[in-house]
Design a protein around this ligand. Structure first.
Ligand SMILES: Nc1nc2c(c(=O)[nH]1)N[C@H]1C(S)=C(S)[C@@H](COP(=O)(O)O)O[C@H]1N2
Ligand SMILES: [Mo]
Length: 292
């Protein structure tokens, strides 16, 4: 088990990080991770201070201040649906059952900015395997916390919360689909989705659901917040794809937040699947010129 509190970990060489990920020999097969060689991590200041978390406010800086007191312990996560078991897990029990590990990946927001963040957490597959999905299960529906006591925009009723997300079961079982509990060697801050959030390196950030309370295995594609409310702009799959512009802006480049704080930004090209080409077989039947 990796010591998730060791900040020195994040100063390790890429080779050591890959070893930690169990990818040492297979590094060549992980071109997305190879990108980690090119640039350092985004500053903590940007990753923990420039957020999208609409339940706490619609601008980038409100979540960090307004979520500061958000109580995330104790936390219950219900996992079940089309599974042999449906269970209300106390998060601390769940974390004791699942081996946590460190991993580094890039996040590309659909708005056109990106970050490279060192995370801690466990594969979503390991969590789903605990409840044993039934053969009829083909999708996974996920739900965020929507608590008016803590979340000002939930209280105001300004948006259709709770925020819902979904994945095809084979996407959810892919080894690159993670649940994060920490970042930069620290417990996940509330503004980043404490105590548990999705990390889907090849999908736009809006799929990376925060502060998750419920995961349900289901037979059909579940409704998701953005694809339901603005279907012409936000699809269910939302794979990072420079060939498919957003209706209101292009997607072929992005502004990357570097190690030097909020003003350290540079433009770089956006890559198909955010560079994580190993997910391509999941979408073999889709037209990558148009699908979004
Ligand atoms: N519950 C919830 N999850 C959410 C959001 C949100 O508003 N509410 N915003 C999404 C969007 S648009 C992005 S880009 C990422 C931002 O994650 P970060 O603030 O940790 O960078 O979280 C995603 N998860
Ligand atoms: Mo986003």
């Amino acid at each position: 088990m990796v010591n998730c509190t060791s900040e020195s970990l994040f100063r390790m060489s890429r080779r050591a990080v890959l070893r930690l990920l169990g990818l040492g020999a297979a590094a060549a097969a992980f071109p997305g991770l190879a990108r980690a060689e090119e640039e350092a991590f985004t500053s903590e200041q940007a990753a923990f201070g420039y957020n999208n978390f609409y339940e706490f406010g619609f601008d980038k800086f409100s979540p960090a201040s307004r979520a500061a007191g958000f109580k995330t312990s104790p936390w219950t996560l219900r996992v079940g649906g089309l599974a042999r078991r449906t269970e209300d897990f106390a998060l601390e029990n769940l974390r004791a059952l699942l081996e946590e590990r460190e991993f580094v990946c890039d996040m590309r927001c659909v708005e056109g900015w990106s970050m490279r963040i060192p995370w801690a957490g466990f594969p979503l597959a390991a969590l789903l395997e605990l409840v044993q999905p039934l053969p009829e299960a083909r999708f996974v529906a996920l739900e965020s916390c929507a608590d008016p006591q803590w979340m000002p925009e939930v209280k105001r009723g300004s948006f259709p919360f709770p925020y819902l997300e979904g994945l095809r079961l084979d996407e959810a079982m892919h080894p690159l689909a993670f649940m994060a509990t920490g970042a930069y060697g620290k417990p996940l801050p509330p503004q980043n989705g404490a105590p548990l959030r999705l990390v889907l390196p090849w999908k736009y950030g809006f799929k990376w659901l925060k502060s998750i309370t419920k995961i349900t295995l289901c037979p059909e594609q579940p409704p998701t917040t953005w694809s339901r409310h603005i279907p012409e702009e936000y699809g269910f799959y939302a794979n990072v794809n420079p060939a498919v512009p957003h209706p209101r802006w292009p997607q072929d480049t992005e502004t990357f937040f570097g190690p030097g704080g909020l003003n350290d930004r540079k433009t770089r090209p956006t890559r198909l699947f955010n560079g994580y080409d190993q997910v391509a077989p999941l979408y073999a039947d889709m037209d990558l010129k148009t699908h979004y």
